[in-house]
Design a protein. Structure first.
Length: 143
């Protein structure tokens, strides 16, 4: 079976740093896959906040995750600082992808830790149905 491939852009519009906590470690002594997903979630929340949005209010509509893909490259350990770069791609009428490049620096060298993609769908939580991506959001992310 072919390996998962996540195509990352050359340029990212947002970056944040997330520290690895002692509670993030699994029985193997490194960050588990569930925690990596939590780091991606935190990065997404910070990315949305940077633009004045949230998962509940993206210019008047909510968001729900339709899918997620993570390609693991390197382990993370307690004390690592994860540099997460975030970009948006594939905007459609009702959805878009958020792409993540996770890296860490150790002894002066930057190492890729993981690449990820979350497929985000605009969702009206009150009506319990898919909604439309607001034009203002599309404009903010394509300029």
């Amino acid at each position: 079976m072919p390996r998962l491939t996540i195509d990352l852009p050359e340029k990212f519009s947002f970056s944040t740093t997330i520290p690895v906590r002692i509670t993030d470690l699994n029985y193997g002594g490194h960050v588990g896959n569930d925690t990596l997903l939590s780091i991606i979630h935190e990065s997404r929340i910070q990315f949305l906040k940077h633009y004045g949005y949230s998962e509940i209010n993206l210019g008047g509509i909510g968001l729900i995750m339709g899918d997620v893909a993570i390609s693991f490259k390197q382990e993370l350990f307690y004390g690592d600082q994860v540099q997460v770069q975030v970009a948006v791609s594939d905007l459609s009428r009702v959805s878009f992808d958020i792409l993540y490049k996770l890296q860490k620096e150790k002894e002066g060298a930057t190492t890729d830790v993981a690449y990820a993609k979350t497929g985000m769908v605009c969702f009206d939580y009150e009506k319990k149905r898919v909604g439309q991506l607001p034009d203002a959001v599309r404009l903010a992310w394509t300029n």
